[in-house]
Design a binder for this molecule. Structure first.
Ligand code: SF4
Ligand code: SF4
Length: 491
C-alpha cells in the first residue's frame, strides 16, 4: 500500500507492506475484530497474491461457459494405463472377468503395493494393447446394478487423531493413493515418502477445465475433510487458485493460501512450489487437484471409491462448451455426443494434455476435454496471408491486432527444423529455465549441464513447444529426459 499525505508545508510519501510477518499479524487481529468483508477474510487466511512470470494465454473460441450438463449414464467405463505417466501396469484381471467397482484392476510393477481401482462394477470386456504390448485401455461394461468393493472408513471427526501410516495403508489398499502426485516427476508418491509441502490446486488459468463453482458444488465438506487428511501427512498444506478463475465459493475462499495472477499455467502446483521452496529437499512435495482431493476424502470417510467427476468440455470443435457431470473413466463420446467433423480430443490442459482416441475414455486424472479441428488441410498460398486469424505468440502476424477469440487447430503449420536460437521458448517459460540450452545439453549427452539449466524445474506446461517456430517437441523431450534421469538415478 503506498500513497501521499499532504500537510500545508509538506508532502509525505508513505509505504506499508501488508505481507511482512508483523503487519500480517496486525491485519489478522484487526480482521478478527471487524470480521467482515473479503479483504479482512483474506488477511485472516494469510492469502498471498503471486504473479506468474512469463507464461502465455490465448483467447480461444469454445471457452467453457457457466452451467452444468448431466451426461447420460455411460454403458462402459475404462482406465487407460498407457496414458498414465511412469506407471508400469501389471493387469490383475482378464477379459471376461467380473469385477466389483473399486476392486484392483492393475498394479504398478515398480511397486505392487500401488494399485489402480476399477472405475465401475461389471465385466471386463476389452483390453486394448498398443505398441510393444503397452496396455492402452481396460474397458468394463457396467452392470445395471453395480456392486462396489467396501473398505474400512474413518469418520471425519477421527481424521485428526488417525496416524498418517494408517491413512497411507488405507489409500494404498483402496487404490486412492495414485490420486496424489509427487513433484518434480509427477508420478504417484513413493509409498514411504514424507512430503515437505502438499499443494492443492483449484485449477489452471487458460485451459478448458472445470470451474470450482461447478466442480465442487456440494463437496465443500468433503474438501475440508480432504485438507484434514493432507495435514496428517504434512503441516505445510497450500490451496492455490489462478486469479483468472475469478470468484470462487466462499467456503473455498477461506482455505486459500495463494492466488496466482497471470496467464497459463497460473495455478500449476509445480510453478507454485518453484516460488515457495527454499532448499532442494523441498523439491519432493506432493500435489493434488481439488476434485481428486474430494474423491480421496470421500474414499476415506465412506469406504468406497468415489467416481463422480465434473469435466470442463470445450474447444473450437466442440458443440457443448460447458461443465459436464459424469464419472471417472467415462467414454469420451458420452461427454460430447453431438459433435461432428474431423477433430481431435485432448484430455487435460490444452498445452500439456494428451491426445485421447475418439473411441476412448477419459484418463484417470483428466478434468477437461478439449476438442479441436484436425487442421491438416492444404493452405494454398497460406504464406501470402497476413495471419489476422492465426493464433500465435509471435508478433509477426496481423493477429496481434485481433482482439477476438481465435480458433486453434491441431495442425503443425510447418515441419520440425533445427533450433534458430530465437529465444521464444525462454520468453514464455514460467520457471525461467532456458529450454533451448537444456534441450541442446541433453542432445549432447550433457546431463549435468541440463540439470544445471533447470531440467528438474520444468513443470511440463508445454508452452515452449507451442511457441517454438522450429516446431521442436520440447515438452516430449523434457518429459523423456526427466524420466531417463530418474531411472538412472534410482537404478
Ligand atoms: S521448459 Fe518446461 S516449464 Fe519451461 S516452458 Fe517448457 S515445458 Fe514449460
Ligand atoms: S523457440 Fe525453438 S527455435 Fe527458438 S530458441 Fe527455443 S527451441 Fe530454439
Amino acid at each position: 500500500m503506498r500513497g501521499y499525505l499532504f500537510s500545508r508545508q509538506r508532502c509525505y510519501f508513505f509505504y506499508w507492506d501488508p505481507c511482512t510477518p508483523y503487519n500480517r499479524g496486525l491485519l489478522k487481529r484487526v480482521g478478527g475484530l471487524l470480521n467482515e468483508g473479503r479483504f479482512f477474510q483474506n488477511c485472516v487466511s494469510m492469502m498471498k497474491i503471486l504473479t506468474l512470470k512469463n507464461g502465455f494465454s490465448l483467447k480461444l473460441s469454445g471457452q467453457i461457459e457457466e452451467g452444468v450438463i448431466h451426461a447420460d449414464p455411460p454403458l462402459t467405463v475404462a482406465l487407460m494405463p498407457g496414458w498414465i505417466p511412469h506407471v508400469k501396469p501389471r493387469l490383475l484381471v482378464a477379459e471376461g472377468d467380473t469385477i466389483k467397482g473399486g476392486a484392483p484392476l492393475f498394479e504398478d510393477k515398480r511397486n505392487p503395493a500401488v494399485i489402480y481401482p476399477s472405475p465401475g462394477g461389471g465385466v471386463v470386456t476389452r483390453i486394448t494393447l498398443g505398441p510393444k504390448r503397452r496396455i492402452d485401455e481396460v474397458v468394463i461394461t457396467l452392470d445395471a446394478e453395480e456392486v462396489w468393493e467396501r473398505f474400512e472408513a474413518i469418520s471425519p471427526a477421527r481424521i485428526e487423531a488417525t496416524h498418517p501410516d494408517i491413512l497411507r495403508h488405507m489409500l494404498l489398499k483402496g487404490g486412492a493413493w495414485p490420486l496424489l502426485r509427487e513433484l518434480p516427476f509427477r508420478d504417484h508418491p513413493d509409498i514411504a515418502s514424507r512430503p515437505a509441502h502438499i499443494i492443492v490446486t483449484l485449477g489452471w488459468a487458460g485451459g478448458h477445465l472445470a470451474h470450482p463453482f461447478f466442480a465442487l458444488d456440494g463437496e465443500e465438506a468433503a474438501f475440508q475433510h480432504g485438507l484434514a487428511i493432507l495435514r496428517r501427512f504434512s503441516k505445510s498444506v497450500h490451496v492455490i487458485t489462478p486469479e483468472a478463475l475469478g470468484a470462487i465459493p466462499n467456503d473455498l475462499e477461506k482455505t486459500l493460501t495463494a492466488r496466482i495472477r497471470g496467464g497459463y499455467p497460473a495455478g500449476d502446483p509445480g510453478h507454485y512450489l518453484y516460488t515457495l521452496r527454499k532448499e532442494a529437499a523441498e523439491n519432493r512435495s506432493w500435489y493434488i487437484e481439488a476434485q481428486d482431493l474430494v474423491a480421496l476424502a470421500r474414499f476415506v470417510t465412506e469406504g468406497r471409491l468415489y467416481t463422480k467427476r465434473v469435466y470442463g468440455v470445450g474447444g473450437g470443435a466442440s458443440s457443448v462448451c460447458g461443465h459436464v457431470v459424469s464419472r471417472l473413466g467415462a467414454p469420451v463420446a458420452s461427454l460430447e455426443p453431438r459433435g461432428e467433423g474431423r477433430r481431435r480430443q485432448i484430455g487435460g490442459s490444452l498445452f500439456s494434455g494428451l491426445f485421447l482416441p475418439a473411441t476412448g475414455h477419459m484418463n484417470f486424472f483428466d478434468k477437461g476435454l478439449t476438442l479441436l479441428p484436425v487442421g491438416d488441410e492444404e493452405d494454398l498460398f497460406g504464406f501470402l496471408r497476413a495471419g489476422y486469424h492465426r493464433p500465435s505468440q509471435s508478433r509477426t502476424f496481423l493477429s496481434v491486432f485481433n482482439t477476438g477469440a481465435f480458433s486453434l487447430d491441431c495442425g503443425m503449420h510447418g515441419e520440425e527444423r533445427p533450433c534458430i536460437n530465437c529465444g521464444r521458448c525462454a520468453e514464455v517459460c514460467p520457471v525461467s529455465i532456458l529450454p533451448q540450452y537444456t534441450f541442446k545439453s541433453m542432445g549432447a549427452g550433457e546431463v549435468e549441464e541440463a540439470l544445471a539449466h533447470g531440467l528438474l524445474d520444468c513443470i511440463e506446461c508445454g508452452l515452449c513447444a507451442y511457441v517454438c517456430p522450429s516446431k521442436i517437441e520440447l515438452l516430449d523431450f523434457f518429459k523423456t529426459a526427466k524420466a531417463q534421469y530418474r531411472k538412472e538415478r534410482d537404478g
